[in-house]
Design a protein around this ligand. Sequence first.
Ligand SMILES: Cc1cc2nc3c(=O)[nH]c(=O)nc-3n(C[C@H](O)[C@H](O)[C@H](O)COP(=O)(O)OP(=O)(O)OC[C@H]3O[C@@H](n4cnc5c(N)ncnc54)[C@H](O)[C@@H]3O)c2cc1C
Length: 446
Amino acid sequence: MRETLHIVGGGMAGSEAAWQAARAGIPVVIHEMRPKVGTFAHRTGNLAEMVCSNSFRSDDDERNAVGLLHWEMRAAGGLIMEMADHHRLPAGGALAVDRDPFSESVTERLRNHPLISVSDEEITELPTGGHWIIATGPLTSGTLAEAIRAETGAEALAFFDAIAPIVYAESIDMSVVWAQSRYDKGETEAEQKAYLNCPMTKADYEGFIDALLAADKTEFHEGETAGYFDGCLPIEVMAERGRETLRFGPMKPVGLTNAHRPDVKPYAVVQLRRDNALGTLYNIVGFQTKMKYGAQTDVFKRIPGLQDASFARLGGIHRNTFINSPTLLDAQMRLKSRPNIRFAGQITGVEGYVESAAMGLLSGRMAAAEILGRDLPAPGPETAMGALITHITGGAEAKTFQPMNVNFGLFPPIDAKGGRRGRKDRYKAYTDRAKASFNEWLDGQS
Ligand SMILES: Cc1cc2nc3c(=O)[nH]c(=O)nc-3n(C[C@H](O)[C@H](O)[C@H](O)COP(=O)(O)OP(=O)(O)OC[C@H]3O[C@@H](n4cnc5c(N)ncnc54)[C@H](O)[C@@H]3O)c2cc1C
């Protein structure tokens, strides 16, 4: 008899992990606390419930990173994608899903699988033996979160994200922006030039503050807010406290000399910091925000040097339990301090239904391979799944780690020139390369 895989949480990630492991012949128990214990966002006792929007976003597998992730999950026989396709609603190029029939079908398929059983219980401790995957998501129950915190340390577990917008490095205008750390701090040249600086005149700053104050904002969901004001104030809230607050906070112009115009002292400076080891992504430092997405692009493009910026992700603040994966997990998504436990889904610091299910798919396959005594390396970083797992298990900056959607900035760059048209061709080159690599990864397992 094969050893059992225990999965805590039957959401997007846990459901997909269970399916993948059972397909490999491994007995699985899913421990799901709903409907006995609820969350503020879930409404049902179904597995794989979609808590908010009913969209899996773009289904374009040729020129969109999340569409590519759909393609990879379909190629790997993913249950979440099969059921999403089955309950697809018309939505142009996006994959919208009829949410209740979708989660009912996932539940039925899992509950009827001969190797899968579902135990309706909340897990409150970290297990000491056996094979486990923790996939308890952004709303992990309080008792289990405490147990994780006791194991990993307070700094390594967050209860809110505070996401600053992330910009593709190639879209920053370097004829305006210059690289310099405040007071040239650092031992090496790389450290002394770790930040990109966008200079503002007084008129730029005043216009920016006006736009920030006027921008549309999103509200917290009911039950979401407790405890969020601990050190992650949105920039618009700082601006509401006084027009000069930002100039004495994240936008202070001190310790910096504009390399393009050394004689002109900037009135304010917006700083960007490298967000991944590849150097393809930069976050805007201290710019977590609850502005609506459309408003964010309008407001941030007012920043000199970012007038043509492309955003890999926009900012946000949400109730979101996640661990510092780059420091805590190994390349197999195992907790380094307790390798019998894997983490998967949104709690690992990916964000979104699709990304979470994809990390469930990988963790389920990796756990099954381990139980079968096989070695299963992650897919290459040029695939969408490989780019995500590489990012969370080491590619991301651990100190500033925040949840991430899949995007082409996470992939090893491909060189192609030629403006907007060139970018479209380049995305096609990314997805062609990814598909070939992903097929090889799958072939290696058959
Ligand atoms: C308010 C809100 C709105 C969101 N809106 C969107 C959106 O519009 N689009 C999008 O793509 N993503 C959205 N997300 C993120 C979304 O929740 C995730 O992308 C996705 O559901 C994560 O999948 P998961 O499997 O990691 O977690 P979940 O799908 O949340 O699954 C985790 C499961 O674990 C269970 N659980 C928790 N603790 C325990 C425990 N101790 N013992 C047993 N079971 C436990 C939960 O009941 C849940 O079923 C939203 C999140 C929140 C909180």
